[in-house]
Design a binder for this molecule. Structure first.
Ligand SMILES: N[C@@H](CCC(=O)N[C@@H](CS)C(=O)NCC(=O)O)C(=O)O
Length: 219
């Protein structure tokens, strides 16, 4: 059985749906892949300890093990789970798989950076550096979302059917805390709502909440 490394006791400002460990949990729930959760206590910075760094030397969350096999990077984890289950991912060496890869990279390399950085400025809105950076990041995020909105026109998902790429893009869209920004892109809003309405998403959030909302006393 795979083990997913997730954080618990994260700072109160950090919403559960913002933490990237949700991606692997969501993929596993979509695929019906059994998993164990190894909780890392963020309040004790357990993700920075040598034991965890032997799994993910970057000390970031998430990571995964499957027996002696170790894997970090959330997209690699999502794809490993989908490939293992033979679900929600096209067969390798096909054009469909190339398009799947395209959307995985688009989610994490093209959409995530401005959207995530903008979220950081919103969370620090009173800081001078945030005030300075926010306008250009809002413009970049808006441009990326406008393009995504156009590509989503008439489509339910990024590919013809739901896939792991939607897990990645769906969680990235969770970083949008500026309602006015996403509100301008109706297809993106509908797509995001469609993804969040999936039962597997709710199960993943519930699994994650087992650690996120747990008080220190309850551990
Ligand atoms: N590209 C990595 C990013 C992982 C990442 O930055 N995770 C955050 C939590 S959502 C983290 O561990 N941050 C703490 C840090 O960067 O030290 C992935 O997708 O897995």
């Amino acid at each position: 059985m795979i083990t997913l490394y997730c954080t618990r006791n994260t700072p109160p400002f950090l919403r559960a749906e913002w933490v990237r460990d949700l991606r692997g949990l969501w993929a596993a729930e979509e695929c019906g892949t059994p998993y164990r959760i190894h909780w890392l206590d963020a309040s004790k910075s357990e993700q920075r300890e040598a034991a965890y760094k032997s799994v993910n030397p970057f000390g970031t969350v998430p990571a995964m093990t499957d027996g002696a096999f170790k894997l970090f990077e959330s997209a690699a984890i999502v794809n490993y789970i989908c490939d293992g289950a033979g679900q929600h991912i096209p067969a390798p060496r096909t054009q469909e798989r190339a398009l799947y890869d395209q959307w995985c990279f688009a989610a994490l390399n093209t959409v995530e950076p401005p959207v995530f950085q903008l979220m950081i400025t919103v969370l620090n809105k009173d800081a001078a550096w945030a005030k300075e950076r926010a306008p250009v990041l809002r413009e970049q995020a808006n441009a990326r979302l406008a393009a995504l909105d156009q590509m989503l026109g008439g489509r339910a998902f990024l590919l013809d059917a739901f896939s792991g790429a939607d897990v990645l893009m769906g969680q990235v869209l969770n970083f949008i805390v500026d309602a006015a920004l996403i509100g301008a892109h109706a297809n993106v809003v509908a797509y995001h709502q469609r993804l969040k309405a999936r039962p597997a998403y709710a199960r993943a959030l519930a699994a994650q909440a087992g650690g996120k909302n747990a008080s220190l006393e309850a551990q």
